[in-house]
Design a protein around this ligand. Structure first.
Ligand SMILES: [Fe+2]
Ligand SMILES: [Fe+2]
Length: 318
């Protein structure tokens, strides 16, 4: 294909996105579009799967049967999200083994939030309320993204995320209406999770080099800073209902902007965790790797069974 022909195809492709048409797996797409989507969708899938770990830490210690059932259902949902997303990435021509390989070797990233430890039961509340809350904000924006399989996966995922957020908030509401010790436990969880949750939206816009291209492809419908502001505006009144204090002395309603002003994120901590030096980076990767290794016999058995079935079918055909 000549350079001019590629340019023409690219222009047609962009025109379709501008008309809000969805791009489907077998259709022509610029190579950069394909690669960017493989990267983003697989990282999203990895985040769902690694995200099961901090909460799995509390399944055996949930304070009641009802809490345990809700937590189990939530964690299973996250596993499901990971599986839809791996399937969506596979439609772009990467295999699942390759994606796992990238995760296990540290080449692929996942959301840094999951490298923080969950040390009390109140963390289950804070994770649902804040981490799933921030995830929803990102994911609602992605329902309008241009790649069809990704956009459709988001629709279902978002419905489940709102259950996750509610169950987390309700855990905190119960603790906040409980004993002073329970309320203190909730406050402590908010103190530890607030800033990492704000970091989930990524670097500041001026330090986010891919934003412009991603906006063009509708992979980003709002910038990092816009989403972060939206999250703060939504979450402050919820903290007030709980009677908890957000750990930021610069947080203040700005009547002129009609938004909350808030303090500066510790970007040093952000980059440290991204680079692998968070509290749980090592532990999370080890857990995923050993799950993969311990599952070898299951995969082998599934392949052997499929071959046996195929042989039977062949014999029948003869
Ligand atoms: Fe999820
Ligand atoms: Fe979730």
């Amino acid at each position: 294909m000549s350079e001019q022909e590629v340019k023409n195809l690219e222009a047609l492709f962009q025109a379709r996105i501008d008309r809000d048409e969805k791009i489907e797996p077998k259709e022509w797409m610029p190579e950069k579009y394909r690669q960017t989507h493989i990267r983003q969708i697989s990282q999203h899938a990895h985040s769902e799967i690694v995200g099961m770990l901090p909460e799995a830490n509390w399944i055996t210690r949930a304070p009641s049967l009802r809490r345990k059932v809700a937590l189990l259902a939530k964690i299973q949902d996250e596993g499901g999200h990971g599986l839809y997303l791996y399937s969506a990435a596979e439609t772009l021509g990467i295999s699942r083994e390759e994606m796992y390989e990238q995760l296990h070797s540290g080449k692929a990233k996942y959301s840094s939030i999951f490298n923080y430890p969950t040390i009390t039961w109140a963390d289950m509340g804070a994770v649902g309320w804040l981490v799933d809350g921030a995830a929803i904000m990102n994911q609602v924006a992605l329902m309008g993204t241009s790649y069809g399989p990704y956009a459709r996966a988001m629709v279902r995922i978002c419905k489940e995320e709102s259950f996750h957020q509610r169950q987390g908030y309700e855990i905190l509401l119960t603790l906040c209406n409980g004993t002073p010790e329970q309320k203190a436990m909730a406050q402590d969880a908010l103190n530890r999770w607030w800033w990492p949750s704000l970091m989930m939206f990524g670097p500041k816009d001026e330090e986010s080099p891919n934003t412009e291209q991603s906006v063009k492809w509708k992979l980003k419908r709002k910038t990092n800073d816009e989403l972060r502001q939206q999250f703060v505006d939504q979450t402050v009144p919820q903290a007030n209902i709980l009677g908890l204090t957000i750990p930021d002395d610069k947080l203040k309603w700005n009547e002129e902007r009609k938004h909350y002003d808030f303090g500066e994120i510790d970007w040093d901590e952000f980059w440290q965790v991204v680079k692998g030096h968070g509290k749980c980076n090592k532990q999370r990767l080890e857990a995923r790797k050993s799950a993969w290794e311990n599952g070898t016999w299951v995969r082998d058995a599934a392949v052997a069974y499929a071959e046996k079935q195929a042989n039977k079918e062949e014999k029948k055909a003869i």
